[in-house]
Design a protein around this ligand. Sequence first.
Ligand SMILES: C[S@@+](CC[C@H](N)C(=O)[O-])C[C@H]1O[C@@H](n2cnc3c(N)ncnc32)[C@H](O)[C@@H]1O
Length: 176
Amino acid sequence: MDESRHMSNNSFRMMTLIHDNPLRRVLDKPVKTLRAAGIRPGQQVLEVGCGPGFFTIPAAKIVGDGGFLYAIDLQPLALKAVNRKLRKAGLDNVRVTIADAASTGLPAESIDLAFLFGVIHALPLETVVPEIHRVLKSGGVLAVQTFSGRSLEGVTEGGLFAFAGKEGKVARFQKN
Ligand SMILES: C[S@@+](CC[C@H](N)C(=O)[O-])C[C@H]1O[C@@H](n2cnc3c(N)ncnc32)[C@H](O)[C@@H]1O
């Protein structure tokens, strides 16, 4: 991975202090947020921009042995941090990969739910939205959590997704 394409190691460590802070578990309950996205046992799930894995471990527990979670991030430290947590939790239903959201490397129509939590502001939607559309199964859902108040029109404007509801900070879009 070209190092200029991901945040520096120090920036990632700074981000981890905020995004993996125990206080965040109180303010932004990960299981509640994941439920708002519509995650269910047995699903094939893609997490885009997993960072240090705040959502990865609870998501893996929810999908369970019958499901599988593909977690991707541009930053190699994310892979290390998440794999460490997975080993500690004894979970083996997750594959963490260094990959760009615009080119996940996943097979077409293989995913039930893709979630983008705390990352949409950093993504070029004109390339990421078609890639998510490609990997989702028919009727699959893209869930987006945003705190910025940023408009999510970019998700629907190409006609690939239709707005399917919002719960708290999580908006859901169904594949057209
Ligand atoms: C602010 S962190 C959020 C991490 C995690 N989703 C959370 O809520 O705790 C955003 C993460 O997205 C990753 N990221 C940014 N652009 C990306 C891209 N194009 N493809 C994959 N990951 C990306 C960054 O490396 C970073 O780890």
